[in-house]
Design a protein around this ligand. Structure first.
Ligand code: NAD
Ligand code: MG
Length: 394
């Protein structure tokens, strides 16, 4: 029986994780759940999974939640608040595995704390890894923690690696990684119409049902840019050895090209419960609840090269990882601000890459040697992004 903590339990990945957990009550025991503000979903999850403790980051919502718990028959559940409490629950002694499913930089510290405490980290929160790079990978290695990718592409790549493969190792047998992408909702929209797209159109992903931030990232293809950086770190491979492939059917979730000419692919229906169940059962396998792939329904599989003019965010991610140092931190922070402004209807879809590029131009690729530097650069890049937006629109 393994103890589980889910950071970001109320999100799309968090909910899918609990769906998988409910199929295996003999293998996983839910110890801790965390949410930012969504206390209604969290309460329902408490009823179904009876965790020992929960964190509601927002203090006001946490007080409301405490009242709700006190007046229920769940009064033994401990309720904590504030972002520091996330680190407390991700390192609890009876927690073996931590699902890192908070969106954005807010997930870095609790995920890193879990890694430092030697937990098995199931990593969905790609922004945490992208912004902290080698610091995160080093922490995993130093603590002897296990890092298993949840992002469907990286989970697919991991599955196609040699059986004994450990994240962070380099592999001479691998020639290239083929990182697949659906191309998002605007794969074929004429480029000169992109400035008119609405938030509703941008979050309506054709293949995956996800949170709002990652849905916009998929529409700009910054998601693939972040995943490119994530793959460089997880698989210790150079960006030039990763080919992004647009595969609109989203049946193949990525491929590994070996030196002997073998290309291994992982396939399945696009449902995050597959990579979640894979990582939770690893090195074993168990049922995820995902419909079996009907190969006869897959009439055709298409593959094309991405157009970097249509998707400037992907170009910026290539530039950031190639420059190295703090640039991925800057890219990620600026993207978080730009996407948030777009979701709040304050900027246009096509302003997102303009803001990020202007922000990146204000930094040089100095080396990252500590967590403090990362947190400071993240803060500066956010401030710069707001300044740039202010200058562009006022
Ligand atoms: P989501 O928006 O549905 O959920 C986000 C979760 O994070 C919620 O539980 C929310 O309460 C919590 N949260 C948000 N801001 C917070 C803060 N400041 N402090 C603490 N908690 C906070 O997002 P999602 O789609 O589940 O994505 C989660 C992560 O997984 C992202 O990094 C995303 O890139 C990655 N991911 C998601 C998918 C997917 O299919 N949804 C696939 C691959 C990777
Ligand atoms: Mg992905």
């Amino acid at each position: 029986m393994k103890g589980l903590c889910i950071l970001g339990a109320t999100g799309s990945i968090g909910e899918s994780t609990l769906d998988v957990v409910s199929r295996h009550p003999d293998q996983y025991n839910v110890i801790a759940l965390t949410a930012n503000t969504n206390i209604d979903t969290l309460f329902e999850q408490c009823v179904n999974h009876k965790p020992e403790c929960v964190v509601v980051v927002d203090e006001v919502k946490a007080d409301l939640f405490k009242e709700k718990i006190k007046n229920s028959d769940l009064s033994t559940i401990k309720v904590k608040s504030g972002s520091k409490a996330l680190e407390e629950v991700s390192t609890l002694e009876n927690v073996d595995s931590v699902m890192a499913a908070i969106v954005g930089a807010a997930g870095l510290l609790p995920s890193l704390a879990a890694a430092k405490a030697g937990k098995t980290v199931l990593l969905a929160n790609k922004e945490a890894l992208v912004m902290s790079g080698n610091i995160f990978m080093q922490a995993v290695q130093d603590a002897g923690a296990k890092l298993l990718p949840i992002d469907s592409e990286h989970n697919a790549i991991f599955q196609c690696m040699p059986a004994e493969y450990v994240a962070g190792e380099s592999t001479k047998q691998v020639r290239r990684i083929l990182l697949t992408a659906s191309g998002g909702p605007f794969r074929e929209t004429p480029v000169d119409e992109l400035h008119n797209v609405t938030v509703e159109q941008a979050v309506a992903h054709p293949k995956w049902d996800m949170g709002r931030k990652i849905s916009v990232d998929s529409a700009t293809m910054m998601n693939k840019g972040l995943e490119l950086i994530e793959a460089c770190l997880l698989f210790n491979i150079l960006p030039d050895d990763i080919q992004v492939v647009i595969h609109k059917q989203s049946i193949i979730h990525s491929m590994v090209d070996y030196v002997d000419g073998s290309v291994l692919a992982q396939m399945g229906n696009p449902d995050m419960r597959t990579p979640i169940a894979h990582a939770m059962a690893w090195p074993d396998r168990f049922d995820s609840g995902v419909e079996p792939l009907n190969i006869f329904d897959v009439k055709q599989m298409d593959f094309e090269e991405p157009n970097l003019e249509r998707f400037p965010c992907l170009r910026l991610a290539y530039e950031a990882i190639t420059a190295g140092g703090i640039m991925p931190t800057v890219l990620n922070a600026s993207n978080e601000i730009a996407v948030d402004e777009f979701l709040n209807k304050r900027i246009k879809f096509t302003d997102i890459p303009i803001i990020i590029e202007k922000c990146m131009n204000q930094f040089s690729a100095e080396i990252v040697d500590s967590l403090e530097v990362i947190l400071q650069i993240d803060k500066q890049a956010r401030e710069q992004s707001y300044k740039i937006i202010e200058e562009m629109f006022h």
